[in-house]
Design a protein around this ligand. Structure first.
Ligand code: SF4
Ligand code: SF4
Length: 64
C-alpha cells in the first residue's frame, strides 16, 4: 500500500511534495522519493493519490 516515484521520469519539479498528506515525499539527490513507511496511498485524506494527481509527468507516481 504505497506509491513510488519513477526516478528516471521525475523532473524534480517539487509539485508533489506539498500535496502529500503524510509528508512521505522528500528530495533525495536529484529527484524526489516516497517513503513507503509513510505513504498510505492517501487513504483517509483523498479519493486518489495526490502525488499522481499533481505530477505533470504521466506514469511517474505509480503503485510500488
Ligand atoms: S499516494 Fe498520497 S500518501 Fe502516498 S506519497 Fe502520494 S501523496 Fe503521499
Ligand atoms: S510532481 Fe512528479 S515530476 Fe514533480 S517532483 Fe513529484 S514526481 Fe517528480
Amino acid at each position: 500500500m504505497a506509491y513510488k516515484i519513477v526516478e528516471a521520469l521525475c523532473t524534480a519539479c517539487g509539485a508533489c511534495e506539498t500535496e502529500c498528506p503524510n509528508e512521505a515525499i522528500s528530495m533525495k539527490g536529484f529527484t524526489y522519493v516516497i517513503d513507503p513507511e509513510k505513504c498510505t496511498e492517501c487513504e483517509g485524506f483523498h479519493d486518489t493519490p495526490q502525488c499522481a494527481e499533481v505530477c505533470p509527468r504521466p506514469e511517474t507516481c505509480i503503485p510500488a
